[in-house]
Ligand binder design. Structure first.
Ligand SMILES: Nc1ncnc2c1ncn2[C@@H]1O[C@H](COP(=O)(O)OP(=O)(O)OP(=O)(O)O)[C@@H](O)[C@H]1O
Ligand SMILES: O=P(O)(O)OC[C@@]1(O)O[C@H](CO)[C@@H](O)[C@@H]1O
Length: 303
């Protein structure tokens, strides 16, 4: 089974506004509400691609209920922990002349809630894949990813981490199966600006030296670079298309990678290409990608 963990799920309120102006009343001309949060997006895309997964994480209040309802309507299995205080967040994603995001805070997660999560994670075995991704509410200590990895380290579970800064750096010593920062996040870790695929490679190799088994660096419209456990470097441009909504492109890439890996019995090239196509298919769609959209892009990349 594949499990995803989202510490701070959201309802993503996706809106478009003509020439947004601060300090004025602005009206939307397009609105969409989607369940969001990085692990949740991974679970939805996995389901679209034909893989079962269980989404774990913390939910609170009416927004939490709605996230769970919407996920179940997408055919996703959920096993969330109900948190008493606060609300699951609403994240505003506004497309106007620029793209602006306002992400909410999220509820207060207690030590007992964390204990419940560990009890659920204790049931995982070496046959399972675990995806831990996204930010954590400010009430949680920033060693929580590390604690999970440490707790599970002898179980040989394939763990995928998609997070930024310390959350990611501190787990490298536990040898995650895959990490997926984007080129900007990778640059931030080493205090450099990384614009091209060739500039990204030495820094991706550093993360591998620090412990990550496989390193996938997404570069939005510029495609991605992937260094597999044999140190083979894979590079690919992104498929061409019109970007409609890039929220969740990175999460779709993680789901596409897992799907390609499982369907090919561990062929990293196939996993990488399916990851890229899933990311781009989501960027080219108002919702997260469907299987048909991903397959169409895979055919275009192979031509
Ligand atoms: N503008 C685009 N054109 C084509 N493909 C795109 C575009 N944006 C994203 N993608 C595809 O999605 C993948 C992941 O995108 P990106 O690098 O933006 O991830 P991310 O920063 O983690 O995204 P997010 O946080 O929004 O989920 C890219 O490697 C690419 O394959
Ligand atoms: O606060 P985080 O976890 O960094 O980001 C949360 C978020 O922006 O990421 C997803 C897209 O990747 C959205 O569904 C969600 O709103």
């Amino acid at each position: 089974m594949i499990y995803t963990v989202t510490f701070n799920p959201s309802l993503d309120y996706i809106i478009r506004v003509n020439h947004f102006q601060t300090g004025e009343i602005n009206k939307t001309y397009y609105e969409n509400i989607l369940p969001g949060g990085k692990g949740i997006n991974v679970s939805i895309v996995l389901s679209n691609l034909g893989h079962d997964s269980t989404a774990l994480g913390f939910m609170a209040g009416f927004t939490g209920k709605e996230i769970e309802n919407r996920m179940n309507n997408f055919g996703c299995q959920t096993d969330f922990i109900q948190v008493k205080n606060g609300l699951s967040r609403i994240n505003v994603k506004m497309k106007s002349d620029n793209e602006t995001e306002i992400n909410g805070m999220g509820p207060k997660i207690t030590d007992e809630n964390i204990q419940e999560l560990f009890e659920k994670l204790d049931k995982l075995t070496k046959e399972d894949i675990l995806v831990i991704s996204g930010s954590i509410p400010s009430t949680l200590p920033d060693d929580i990813y590390e604690r999970i990895m440490q707790h599970l380290q002898d179980k040989h579970i394939k763990i995928i981490v998609d997070a930024t800064k310390n959350l990611m750096m501190n787990v490298l010593k536990y040898k995650p199966f895959l990490i997926k920062p984007n080129n900007h996040e990778l640059g931030e870790l080493f205090d450099v600006t990384l614009n091209t695929q060739d500039e990204v490679i030495p820094y991706a190799l550093k993360l591998q030296e620090m412990g990550a088994q496989n390193v996938l660096i997404s570069m939005a419209g510029q495609g991605a670079v992937f260094i597999d456990e044999q140190k083979t470097i894979h590079k690919s441009p992104a498929p061409k298309g019109t970007v409609v909504n890039s929220v969740g492109a990175g999460d779709s890439m993680v789901a596409g990678f897992i799907s390609g890996y499982l369907n090919s019995d561990g062929d990293y090239k196939k996993a990488f290409l399916k990851g890229i196509c899933a990311g781009s298919a989501s960027a080219f769609s108002p919702n997260l990608c469907t299987k048909e959209e991903v397959e169409e892009l895979l055919r275009s990349l192979n031509q």
